[in-house]
Design a protein around this ligand. Structure first.
Ligand code: C2G
Length: 442
């Protein structure tokens, strides 16, 4: 039996992919198709795939041509696969002519003719462009515009800031088509908004945008009251619009992969999570920002809620406050079979790492863990320790922008990396804190 293997991303599956698979199948009796994971594509510079790995696998399966589908996760895997599956022929499109000759040591290498006039890139370009408006023109908005330039099918076209001088400067600096002199002016010029204004304006802007039928990407902290979050999600549902929270870590390759590894049981049952985040701020600045819970808690809650879920039994908060602002807060969550804690500070410095402990080992993510490209899995037997590296390109905002744009264009009901329930849980924690439930002053 002749075994053939071929690989690809198969984004927006098209006739060119089909022809290639058909030709590959005709070379032998058994066809194995390797589909790249989302992370591997990011690693090899493919930022703009529109379909996720499950959708891409499904598209390959639907052709009925593949006898077996494997996922391609790392550089060098092709050799491992060829040996593991006793492959006789490696086949790939002629756009790769010569590139895979090194595999000739392991099997026959065949470059098949590529179908002219069609490609995923062309199909992506044919997709609509999301015209984005930005509300709030501070430092995060500046980073956002630069990062958005690395994502296809999105264009920042307009910005709004009640301070018109700042607004004009922002538009000029980034060459935006339009300077909005009012909110209505902004909404008239865009179909989606990124809300990067001070946290206490989020609710109002989100509501306004959704009522006008705009998709919304809102900076953290989203809102601090459950009733507000409920209302906004309900509105998004009614209007059939995307409402997404820009918690960048949730969309980053390293964090997403860490999450899947942990769910697969790599350190056994998880019993404890501890994490920190802090930035020392000047007194006036912290007043404006609202304190360490408001500033940092959504990041530190992320691994806890992602891994342990939304059904915690209770939380105790321990805060050091000054002039009504928490300079430091430690929160301890009790779950039925686990415990989690985090420290956040705007007037106290902490080590910003993340440690997740399980019955077989633990994960260590060094500071600053929320923008990590690296983590370690450690065991009693140190020989089994493993280090994992992932891309974290630029400011790391391009990953959330990419997800937002994909959702707006093609996946309005699709699964988000952060679910509504998880966001509601985060808002609930903030509200409990605001209400001083189980709060102990230090
Ligand atoms: N292809 C083709 N004709 C097209 C477009 C693509 O024959 N018009 C072929 C490619 O040559 C490749 C396969 O379809 O063999 C999958 O293409 P992509 O999804 O673009 O994947 P690619 O980036 O080429 O990844 O490790 C991954 C592989 O190296 C190939």
């Amino acid at each position: 039996m002749t075994r053939v293997i071929t690989y690809g991303t198969y984004d927006l599956f098209h006739q060119g992919h089909y022809n290639l698979l058909k030709r590959a199948k005709e070379l032998g009796d058994y066809l194995i198709v390797g589909v790249t994971t989302d992370n591997f594509d990011l690693e090899r510079g493919k930022m703009n795939t529109c379909n996720n790995v499950m959708e891409r696998i499904e598209a390959v399966r639907a052709t009925g041509l593949a006898d077996q589908i494997v996922i391609e996760e790392y550089k060098g895997q092709k050799i491992d696969d060829i040996l593991k599956y006793n492959v006789n022929i490696f086949a790939i499109g002629s756009d790769w002519e010569g590139y895979f000759d090194y595999l000739k040591e392991f099997c026959e290498v065949v470059y098949l003719p590529r179908t002219q006039g069609i490609s995923s890139t062309l199909l992506r370009e044919e997709r609509p462009t999301v015209n984005l408006g930005i509300i709030g023109t501070g430092s995060i908005a500046r980073r956002f515009v630069s990062e958005s330039e690395n994502v296809t099918n999105v264009k920042v076209v307009v910005s709004y800031n009640p301070n018109q001088d700042e607004n004009k400067k922002f538009c000029q600096d980034f060459g935006l088509i339009k300077v909005a002199d009012s909110l209505d002016d902004l909404f008239d010029s865009c179909d989606s908004v990124y809300i990067a204004s001070p946290f206490n304006t989020h609710y109002g802007y989100c509501k306004h945008a959704l009522l006008l039928g705009k998709h919304v990407l809102c900076e953290t902290p989203f809102v601090l009251r459950k009733q507000e979050a409920d209302e906004l999600y309900q509105l998004a549902e009614e209007k059939q619009k995307i409402l997404m929270v820009a918690l960048k870590t949730a969309y980053c390759p390293a964090f997403c992969h860490l999450f899947s590894l942990l769910k697969s049981g790599i350190i056994g049952e998880i019993v404890e999570i501890n994490t920190s985040s802090s930035t020392i701020q000047e007194e006036n600045a912290s007043k404006q920002h609202g304190g360490s819970m408001v500033e940092h808690a959504c990041f530190t809650m992320l691994p806890v809620i992602k891994l342990f879920g939304v059904n915690y039994r209770n939380i105790n908060f321990y805060s050091k406050t000054y002039n009504g602002i928490d300079l430091f807060t430690k929160a301890v969550f009790r779950y039925d079979h686990a415990v989690a804690s985090f420290q956040v500070g705007t007037g106290v410095k902490t080590e910003g790492n993340l440690v997740i402990s399980g019955t077989k080992g633990y994960v260590y993510v060094p500071a600053p863990w929320w923008r990590t490209d690296y983590f370690e899995v450690r065991y009693e037997d140190q020989n089994k320790n493993k280090k994992f590296f992932y891309p974290f390109v630029g400011e790391g905002l391009r990953y959330e922008i990419k997800d937002f744009v994909s959702s707006v264009i093609s996946n309005p009901k699709g699964t988000s990396k952060l679910t509504k329930n998880e966001i509601m849980c985060m808002v609930n924690v903030q509200e409990q804190y605001l209400k001083k439930e189980n709060l102990f002053e230090l």
